[in-house]
Design a protein around this ligand. Sequence first.
Ligand code: PLP
Length: 381
Amino acid sequence: MSDQHAFETLAIHAGQEPDPLTGAVVPPIYQVSTYKQDGVGGLRGGYEYSRSANPTRTALEENLAALEGGVRGLAFASGLAAEDTLLRTLLAPGDHVVIPNDAYGGTFRLFAKVISRWGVEWSVADTSDPAAVRAALRPSTKAIWVETPSNPLLGISDIAALAEVAHSAGVRLVIDNTFASPYLQQPLALGADVVVHSTTKYMGGHSDVVGGALITADAGLAEELAYHQNAMGAVAGPFDSWLTLRGIKTLAVRMDRHSANAERVAELLVSHPKVTQVYYPGLPEHPLHEVAAKQMKAFGGMVSFRVAGGQEQAVEICNRTEVFTLGESLGGVESLIEHPGLMTHASTAGSQLEVPADLVRLSVGIESVDDLLADLTQALG
Ligand code: PLP
């Protein structure tokens, strides 16, 4: 499939030519660990051992590369496995990374509790302010790590401006594109060096698979990442790759609906007397709305808000919804609600990334928006 096709077409076809053996229009699940060799080293289809490569995973990896506009995509067992592989590829003891002041709790935990034990240093900057990021750079800085939109406060960072900051200092820019998905935002085209995904979220889209991905447009870096993917081994299995590919086929239509529903939800929350603040990049009052409008096609399905009455009220609301299911994760077709401080972001307690206690996070699904609005209205009381 030529990369000249539109996103929606690539999502369905890239990496997935009909199976040459049977004509099956969907790539088979190659549930296999090893491959017969015709004499030592005589590989029939280039496959040797499924940690190194597996045809179902290859289909996903080619698809991911096409959707993000990279030269190579790599699929992992989870988003954190992808992040870990990236960090251990880019960094050595003594190196420094700038990390954002709002990020997924597990990403923060990876820096604060795991990677730091191997002598990697990190410091926090407000990545929505390129000058603050520039000021945080040290001679030992090797990477700037950014989530945009960020989890859970929906902060926006200007990818093109940060690419300039990074590259003028010889530093790599990493963008976690999980909240936007490549349908809404293409960080590599804006100058980022590596895109990270938790494919568990919008890419998979159905809350039925955990996975992660790295995509880069730098051929040299792609080689190094692929080497580490095999050397460290946290790869996506064939069935998980297949489920993720199936989810991606409908990514474009799902993201349109997620975004449309989330805009309505944000409008409802803004006008609700018990809501004290709404975080959604589609709102004109979002401090970086203009940047979001410049680099995103629409504003996505994640909305966070704070409520009067503190943590107790926030937890109460999470317990009262009926269509929004109380649970961690995001990006599936079904709407989810959670309390980040006690759930997904508990590991940020006491840090510069601690989230407000009165914060509620919504993953707005693709159900009828009227049912979603009615559910939130009854839960808010
Ligand atoms: N990045 C973001 C923005 C996330 O929200 C998450 C998980 O919630 C991850 C990375 C980690 O991905 P996984 O849970 O697939 O390991």
